[in-house]
Design a protein around this ligand. Structure first.
Ligand code: 1CP
Length: 354
């Protein structure tokens, strides 16, 4: 294994990027910008190369992954690329029978509900995802000074898909297990945490400069439930990759009441959705962490001036922070006008040029 990843070495190409500087809370030439789901349906060039290729299959083709990952970097001049994949890819890679259905999302053929079902979650080895290593190798060469962000789903969010069998708004089956069989729940999240940590390690060792742990649906939990039943498992994942020295970003939606706990879980950067202003988020997260966020993704549908005013608000609430990475509060919505995204990057760069 390569124990000297790119981002840890001051002499390497990405080290002095605005994005990694902001993650390390160092002074930056401008506020760095990238967008969750920046690759995807908002780009005509994406729709073109994806034509006729199912989502999961496209995640397993290194050349296609490389092209799709680079598209938003070329078009928008964002400060970081995010590896094109999905949070369920490592589960597919260990043999879970699931698919990503257009217009729905991940659907699991046989939901995980019993102790016997745990047996289906075997260890993830680098060989299971050799296409990831291959694609990241190509991407790092192509990206040069632009950092590549790797990512994975956090144990709770992955568990929610496995237990529910697909997207859910209520998480009733997942919560039923969490309350009703805390031992099975803990064993399941432990297992998922090991798979997630292994998947992040593959990406870092292949050359990713940072990683983001997506606990997208953690906002469905009360602080007490999050602290008791979820935080320890996410903390273990973050700890497992701490030794590489690459920044670790921790993100969820609707997590206003959890921000302090998400900071406690140990990431270097906490992602914030649009519901909590960044200055207030900083108070909740506490010192020593950079923040990422948090423009409401729907503002991209508003006229330019209105969008700029909302972006300005985000920059103003972030003005006193040490370490701000501009992003949306959640992913780019599929019908977003690509030109609005390009314009937003340029706006943030010019407004914050130092
Ligand atoms: O380039 C990039 O920005 C990477 C793209 C990316 C990411 C970061 C995809 C591609 N998926 C993800 C992660 C992901 N997948 C998350 C965490 C991020 C978030 O909160 O948005 C989640 C929750 C998923 C699960 C998922 N996959 C959903 C959500 C379903 C639900 O519960 O509401 C959906 C719709 C997918 C499918 C998917 N993933 C990615 C794309 C481009 C698509 C659309 C499918 C397609 O194009 O055919």
């Amino acid at each position: 294994a390569n124990d000297t990843p790119a981002s840890r070495q001051p002499q390497t190409a990405t080290y002095d990027s605005a994005f990694l500087k902001a993650c390390r809370r160092e002074p930056v030439p401008h506020t760095p910008v990238w967008f969750m789901r920046q690759a995807g349906r908002s780009l005509p060039e994406y729709r073109k190369v994806r034509e006729g290729i199912p989502m999961l299959e496209s995640c397993m083709r290194p050349e296609l992954v490389t092209e799709i990952t680079l598209q938003p970097v070329r078009r928008h001049d964002v400060d970081a690329a995010i590896y094109f994949s999905d949070i369920v890819v490592p589960l597919k890679a260990i043999g879970i029978d699931l698919d990503i259905k257009p217009g729905i999302g991940p659907v699991v053929e046989q939901p995980v509900r019993t102790r016997a079902d745990l047996q289906r979650l075997r260890d993830l080895t680098p060989e299971d995802v050799s296409y990831v290593t291959e694609a990241i190798g190509m991407l790092v060469d192509e990206l040069g000074p632009t950092p590549l962000i790797g990512f994975a789903g956090a144990p709770f969010t992955l568990a929610s898909y496995l237990i529910e069998g697909g997207p859910s708004r209520t998480y009733e089956n997942a919560k039923a297990m969490m309350y009703g069989d805390p031992e099975l729940w803990a064993d399941l999240l432990d297992r998922l945490g090991e798979i997630t940590a292994a998947f992040l390690k593959v990406q870092i060792e292949a050359g990713a400069s940072a990683v983001q742990l997506f606990d997208s649906w953690a906002g469905a939990l009360s602080p007490a439930d999050y602290r008791r039943s979820v935080l320890p498992h996410s903390a273990k994942v973050l700890q497992a990759v701490a030794g590489y020295g690459v920044p670790r970003i921790h993100f969820g939606v609707g997590t206003g009441e959890l921000l302090g706990l998400m900071g406690e879980a140990g990431a270097d950067v906490v992602g914030v959705d649009w519901r909590v202003p960044l200055d207030e988020a900083a108070r909740r997260v506490g010192p020593g962490k950079a923040l990422q966020g948090n423009l409401d993704p729907t503002t991209l549908f508003a006229p330019r001036q209105a969008m700029e005013a909302k972006a300005r608000e985000v920059l103003d609430t972030a003005a006193g922070l040490e370490g701000h990475i501009f992003n949306l509060g959640h992913g780019v919505m599929p019908n977003t006008d690509a030109d609005a995204l390009t314009h937003l990057v340029e706006y943030v760069h010019t407004q914050t040029a130092r």
